[in-house]
Design a protein around this ligand. Structure first.
Ligand SMILES: Cc1ncc(COP(=O)(O)O)c(C=O)c1O
Length: 447
């Protein structure tokens, strides 16, 4: 058989450096490769396998739907599609709203922007997003993203996108001296951008409500302030919940931590929507946006929008979050993980910051000098000792994800407590083993 190394173009890597196990099976938080080796998954692969691997309820639902009906065009009705839309509207409290299904997160975000612009009657209205955000890798989604890695491929101005600085409290772009102040100033920068361009010219503000894969965890006051200032100015607020939704941040949807008054006008979903058992994304729109679109032609659609197999997987996934109380579990295990990481921080000076997303999501930021917060390497490069740590962890049967100087922890919500503890002990040992010589000037604690 042709090896994957020689036949496939892999994403987000240099092809000649691609080396990864071939996975043939999985169960719960564990994956198994073709050599029979097991890996504990500490990132839910790309923060998407929230329900673990091969969840039997979802596999059974896909099988049952496949036997009934694999496909019907999105122009016609499909039972699991209607059922899933109803469940999403109920869980989000978007009474009178509607759901548009996509294939994943990037196209959900692009469609959210289309709908906001069309509802506002501003086909080229500006969209405000922020630096250090990630909204997907298709062209318009790259333009929406504040991601220096893809900036050469796309000019946000060509897509009428404006970026504002992020609420990155550990390195606050506004020089704030507290998380709250950074949240306030970052929100004020959004208000400023709207006012500068004129509210009549701005079609939407799109933000990740809490945590993002580029390592930002917003201060608590940020989202409520954004909601307030966009409401005051009549600008639709789009919550990109592709990563933060479905329990990852301790709620069905991350904005719900701030109560009903913090509800966005549109919300995009993917990843945890089926727990990655099949590809699916969605845009949930409020009653206001739905009624603005009710008598207009929607010139958009993708062949596989709302695919019945994916929707059946989505229905089963939502039932599983509920039946297994996984949202609550994410909150409890997230607090346990965060406490453990903070203890690690007190032992290892190379850990500059630990931030948690209120569920099973946390970011460990590595520095070469804690006092000055000097990054281990300039963003978005990854330091060789961190690469070595990831490699060694995988050798020892645990898969961690990292970006730049950040270790992103996002295990499946079904992970067992002892599995979580074992993975964190390994991380502790490996961070402790990063030597002074590897780290440059990092001061090491005595053993
Ligand atoms: C916040 C956020 N938005 C959008 C996306 C893009 O989703 P997809 O890869 O399904 O297109 C991602 C993926 O990581 C994400 O984290």
């Amino acid at each position: 058989m042709t090896s994957e190394r020689d036949s496939v173009l892999h994403s987000w890597c240099v092809q000649s450096e691609w080396r990864a196990p071939t996975i043939v099976g999985g169960q719960g938080a564990r994956l198994r490769d073709d050599a029979g080796r097991e890996y504990l998954d500490m990132s839910s692969l790309a923060e998407c396998s929230n329900l673990g691997h091969q969840h039997p309820h979802i596999v059974a639902a896909i099988r049952a739907q496949a036997e009934r009906l694999c496909f019907v065009t999105s122009a016609w009705g499909a039972q699991p599609r209607a059922e899933l839309a109803g469940m999403l509207l109920e869980k989000s409290g978007f009474d009178g709203g509607r759901v548009f299904f996509t294939l994943g997160g990037a196209d959900a975000n692009e469609h959210a922007v289309k709908f906001a612009r069309q509802a506002r009657g501003l086909p080229h209205g500006k969209v405000i997003t922020r630096d250090r955000s990630y909204h997907g890798a298709s062209y318009a989604a790259m333009a929406l993203s504040g991601d220096s890695r893809t900036r050469l491929q796309v000019d946000p101005e060509n897509f009428d996108v404006l970026h504002v600085p992020p609420p990155y409290a550990y390195r606050c772009p506004f020089g704030s001296d507290s998380d709250g102040q950074c949240g306030e100033r970052a929100a004020a920068a959004v208000a400023d951008a709207i006012d500068r361009h004129g509210a009549d010219d701005v079609a939407a503000v799109m933000m990740e409500p809490n945590a993002g894969t580029n390592g930002i965890v917003a201060p608590d006051n940020y989202w409520p302030l954004l909601r307030e200032l966009t409401r005051e100015r009549g600008i639709p607020l789009i919550a990109d919940e592709v990563m933060s939704g479905f329990g990852r941040c301790g709620e069905w949807f991350a904005w719900q931590r701030h109560g009903d008054q913090a509800k966005p006008d549109l919300m995009t979903l993917a990843k945890g929507l089926t727990g990655a058992h099949l590809p699916l994304g969605a845009v949930v729109v409020s009653a206001g946006i739905a009624s603005a679109l009710e008598h207009q032609m929607l010139y958009t659609g993708l062949t596989y929008c709302g695919h019945p197999l994916s929707c059946a997987a989505g229905v089963a996934a939502l039932q599983t979050y509920e039946n297994e109380k996984l949202i609550e579990r994410s909150r409890a295990l997230g607090a346990r993980m965060l406490a453990s990481l903070r203890r690690m921080q007190s032992r290892h000076p190379v850990i500059g910051d630990v931030r948690g997303g209120h569920g099973l999501f946390a970011v460990v930021e590595l520095v070469s000098d804690r006092a000055s917060r000097t990054p281990l390497t300039p963003w978005p490069q990854m330091a060789p000792p961190l690469k070595a740590l990831l490699h060694e962890a995988l050798e020892q049967g645990v898969s961690f994800a990292a970006r730049g100087n950040l270790i992103l922890l996002a295990p499946p919500l079904v992970i067992e407590e002892n599995e979580l503890d074992d993975a964190l002990s390994l991380l502790d040992r490996l961070i402790g083993g990063m030597t002074g010589a590897q780290m440059g000037d990092v001061e090491r604690e005595p053993a």
